[in-house]
Design a protein around this ligand. Structure first.
Ligand code: E4P
Length: 224
């Protein structure tokens, strides 16, 4: 499973890109608006931090297929590298996805809440489908079960499309997605930190440090 960072916060991107096996960054209009300022400067800086080889997903703000395609082409030209345009599911979005497939521009079909939406997005040629796990959990919609059903459908029909699960509030949701064979998750920096944290790990490390210091003081292996 690949881990993507779901933010446009440059400090968080720099940190997580250095310390975690990050596959890229996802944004949406709400995430971009939270940072504010110059749009192009922000997304180009994200590309600079993660490099050309990691995925960058940026969402269109257009509402017609024609304009979505035009915006996707511009985003791809300006941001280059491993780029995906995020398009919300809908008739205009599906039309744009079929056109972008022909042009070789990757699409992440977003705002997915049902396996049926995901299946038709995959048939239109989306490279990724992004179900919103926590927003489903908020209405007792069992977000991780929806992810499991989408994974199963894509495998059953042998479709060239991956699940990029989104909208997480905790590490347990991410863990369940991993158990269900989800291909990619996009999460916050806090969730990444929670995934690697455990009080027993802290206790184990404290024990190693205490025992070593008892025998060798502040000397490390490099000093021996
Ligand atoms: C993906 O990028 C989605 O837009 C995002 O994960 C939604 O998350 P939220 O439900 O926390 O807004």
């Amino acid at each position: 499973m690949l881990y993507i960072l779901d933010t446009a916060d440059l400090a968080a991107i720099k940190h997580c890109n250095e310390f975690y096996p990050l596959a890229g960054v996802t944004t949406n209009p709400s995430i971009i608006s939270k940072e504010g300022g110059d749009f192009w400067a922000l997304v180009k800086e994200i590309r600079k931090i993660i490099g050309k080889d990691k995925m960058l997903h940026v969402q269109t703000v257009q509402t017609t297929a024609e304009k979505m395609v035009e915006e996707a082409k511009l985003l791809k030209k300006e941001l280059g590298g491993d780029f995906y345009v995020k398009i919300p599911i809908g008739e205009e979005g599906l039309k744009a996805t079929m056109e972008l497939k022909k042009l070789g521009i990757g699409v992440t079909m977003t705002a997915i809440f049902t396996p049926a939406q995901a299946l038709i997005a995959a048939k239109a040629g989306a490279s990724f489908v992004a179900p919103y796990v926590n927003r489903l959990d908020n209405i007792i919609g069992d977000g991780t079960e929806v992810v499991a059903q989408i994974v199963e459908q894509l495998e059953n029909y042998n479709l060239d499309c991956q699940v990029l699960a989104a909208s997480f509030k905790n590490a347990e949701q991410v863990h369940k997605c991993a158990l269900y064979g989800c291909h990619t998750v996009t999460v916050s920096a806090d969730i990444l930190k929670n995934i690697i944290s455990h009080p027993m790990t802290d206790a184990a490390i404290a024990g190693f440090e205490k025992d070593w210091a008892g025998a060798y003081g502040d000397k490390t292996i490099l000093d021996m």
